[in-house]
Design a protein. Structure first.
Length: 284
């Protein structure tokens, strides 16, 4: 345990409280509060109150508290996610559910100079509302190729004006704003969650539910087809396999002209079709 000698009492109390919360909750998340307006923070605190407890603290105190937790294997890995302006979130909800809850409450916002792009910021090809003039030079300064059509400036091709992880320049921010492009998101940024000795980063937590369900559905269909084709009977496929075997036996009996009650009409129909085809062929 790290000693807190010669440390202010309020810091000792803060670490003690953080340790208490970390021991009480099985699910602990790390937030990055950087670039979050105060008004937005107040609203988000109210919204998540029923599902989670949010605690803002200094990075150094969070690290001290984490180092004092002995019963949660792997929790020290959370220290790798304490970037920007870190805060902690404590919850008993499913990690994926709480991530989705927070992510759905973000709102679009314009890019500001100096901000870090969370993704590639793109100006797409197409017409703009601008008449020809100095604006063409402004586009050119950030690498956007333009032309003029029907009296308006037109962007020739999709162009990445700020790459993911790079800082937004003043010129790029200005043009994006004038084009009505709001590439940033304002809200809580949940970067990682600890549960049961595992840490889930946002790349894992941000599940595309539609894609995930489609992949599971496709896998289930493939499994059923494989079971039926190999005649591997399961509770889900036994009726399909029996129906398939029944239809195949009927087809075999018809092809071999085996007279049984179930297919006599099919054999007669087949014979009639063959007779009519022969009649047509020999012009009888």
């Amino acid at each position: 345990m790290q000693k807190l000698a010669h440390v202010a009492e309020y810091k000792k109390r803060e670490v003690t409280e953080l340790v208490k919360l970390m021991n009480e909750y099985q699910i602990i998340g790390v937030l990055n509060m950087e670039n979050l307006p105060a008004a937005q923070l107040v609203r988000m605190r109210k919204r998540i109150r029923e599902n989670a407890l949010m605690r803002m603290s200094k990075k150094s105190l969070i690290i001290r508290a984490i180092d004092q937790i002995k019963d949660k294997q792997g929790i020290t890995g959370l220290k790798d996610y304490l970037g920007g302006m870190p805060a902690l979130i404590f919850t008993k909800e499913n990690p994926f559910k709480i991530y989705k809850f927070i992510a759905q409450r973000k709102s679009p916002a314009p890019a500001k100079p100096g901000q870090t792009a969370p993704k590639d910021l793109i100006i797409t090809a197409g017409a703009t509302p601008f008449a020809p003039g100095p604006i063409i030079s402004e586009f050119g300064q950030i690498g956007v190729k333009t032309g003029v059509e029907a009296g308006k400036v037109v962007v020739k091709q999709d162009t990445v004006v700020v790459k993911q992880g790079a800082k937004v320049s003043e010129k790029a921010a200005s043009l994006l704003l004038r084009l009505g492009i709001q590439p940033m998101e304002v809200g809580l940024d949940l970067v990682a969650i600890y549960e049961n000795n595992l840490i889930f980063g946002k790349d894992v937590l941000a599940v595309n539910e539609g894609k995930y369900i489609a992949e599971i559905t496709q896998a289930a269909e493939w499994a059923v087809n494989l079971s039926v084709e190999t005649s591997y009977a399961t509770k889900e496929t036994i009726e399909i396999i029996i129906a398939k075997a029944y239809n195949e036996s009927k087809n075999l009996a018809v092809d071999a002209s085996i007279l049984i009650d179930e297919i006599i009409e099919l054999i007669i129909s087949k014979a009639e079709r063959e007779m009519m085809a022969l009649k047509e062929e020999i012009k009888l």
